[in-house]
Design a protein around this ligand. Structure first.
Ligand SMILES: NC(=O)c1ccc[n+]([C@@H]2O[C@H](COP(=O)([O-])OP(=O)(O)OC[C@H]3O[C@@H](n4cnc5c(N)ncnc54)[C@H](O)[C@@H]3O)[C@@H](O)[C@H]2O)c1
Length: 325
């Protein structure tokens, strides 16, 4: 049993991880400012955890949250592609100050175990797909705000590893690849497609529904169910090596246009894709090579065909929770 601080613990992935850690018998403390986190995600474990509401950018808050802890899982970050474009300075503020504060507070409180959430965005357009962990990390253009997120993750990884060598016993980094599931936030492709489909279907009572898509819809992603992500992080935590970097994801690669068609089919509709220009900075293919973590015993268990319908149903039922435009 360990005393674990999870930053970003009321977020989508953080809350799933918190529940799994509680189930495994750990004492869990959450630090989150609930800017994107939601207490509803933690109701099942509310009695079992300690929740600290606060900003990861505030050093005193992070130092306070670190007291009496054995291990920290650092997930607090501004996620959601639209924010990379609309608030890149905030993405970097939270990413960089948050990481500095976590490292400083760990050192001050002698917390020597750190798990860091990075991202597949550190590769941007990887030279090889499927991509393994040795692919170069790149910021192709500092003037494109999109790279605020990937840049913030690269800085976080550099800090975790270089401070980790001297000041930590165990530092491990996971790079999640397109995690999805119910209540994943509204700023991602699956929730956006689900809600747009619902609204389009309400307007067009009959026939194939016109459905706008960036480019031709041939871009691919590999969507990893949040239950698989959590299983992967726990395998890494238990068996990973100090200063190790691990992909957590799935090798099931799917075209974005097909994701739209799957969502439509689940809702009983047919769609006609309507091509729209894609914003600069996106990447054509993304699929992780997961052999490193598989070597420790990880295997994804939830195919998209099984995980997508309940996710879409959650969004159909909870449209009222979407941020107002
Ligand atoms: N969801 C994915 O597909 C994905 C993919 C790659 C990496 N990641 C990374 O995994 C981690 C969790 O992602 P998620 O999908 O759960 O995102 P999320 O937005 O649901 O969770 C992030 C949490 O951080 C909190 N947070 C943001 N700013 C904060 C601040 N200033 N102080 C304190 N807390 C703050 C938010 O309230 C939120 O609860 C993040 O580090 C993210 O970058 C996620």
């Amino acid at each position: 049993m360990a005393r674990i601080l999870v930053t970003g613990g009321s977020g989508f992935i953080g809350s799933a991880l918190v529940k799994a850690l509680v189930k495994a018998g750990h004492a869990v403390r959450v630090l989150d400012d609930n800017s994107r986190g939601a207490p509803r995600r933690l109701v099942d474990v509310a009695k079992d955890i300690e929740f600290i509401g606060g900003d990861i950018r505030d050093a005193a808050t992070v130092h306070g949250a670190m007291s009496g802890v054995d291990e920290v899982h650092h997930l607090a970050f501004v996620n959601g592609t639209e924010f990379f474009y609309s608030a890149p300075e905030l993405v970097l503020d939270v990413g960089v100050k948050g990481m500095v504060n976590v490292i400083d507070a760990c050192r001050a409180a002698n917390v020597r175990r750190l798990v860091l959430a990075s991202s597949s965005e550190v590769y941007q357009t990887p030279p090889q797909v499927p991509t393994d962990e040795s692919a170069p990390l790149v910021v192709p253009d500092p003037t494109n705000p999109r790279y605020s997120y990937g840049g913030g993750k690269i800085i976080s990884e550099l800090m975790a590893i270089n401070y980790g060598r001297k000041f930590f016993d165990r530092v491990m980094i996971f790079r999640p690849h397109n995690v999805y599931g119910p209540d994943m936030g509204f700023e991602h492709v699956i929730p956006q497609f689900a809600l747009r489909l619902k609204r389009t279907a309400a307007k067009h009572k009959t026939g194939r529904l016109p459905f706008e898509i960036q480019g031709e819809g041939r871009q691919t992603r590999s969507f990893c169910h949040v239950d698989d992500l959590v299983r992967g992080v726990l395998v890494m935590r238990d068996k990973g090596e100090h200063l190790g970097i691990y992909h957590v994801g799935t090798t099931e690669e799917v075209a974005i246009g097909d994701v739209a068609r799957l969502i439509a089919a689940h809702a009983g509709h047919e769609i006609e894709l309507v091509s729209r220009p894609a914003p600069a900075g996106g990447t054509e293919r993304r699929c992780p090579d997961i052999r490193k973590l598989a070597g420790l015993g990880y295997a994804p268990q939830v195919p998209l065909a099984a995980g997508l319908p309940p996710t879409v149903d959650w969004y159909f039922a909870n449209e009222s929770l979407a941020p107002k435009a």
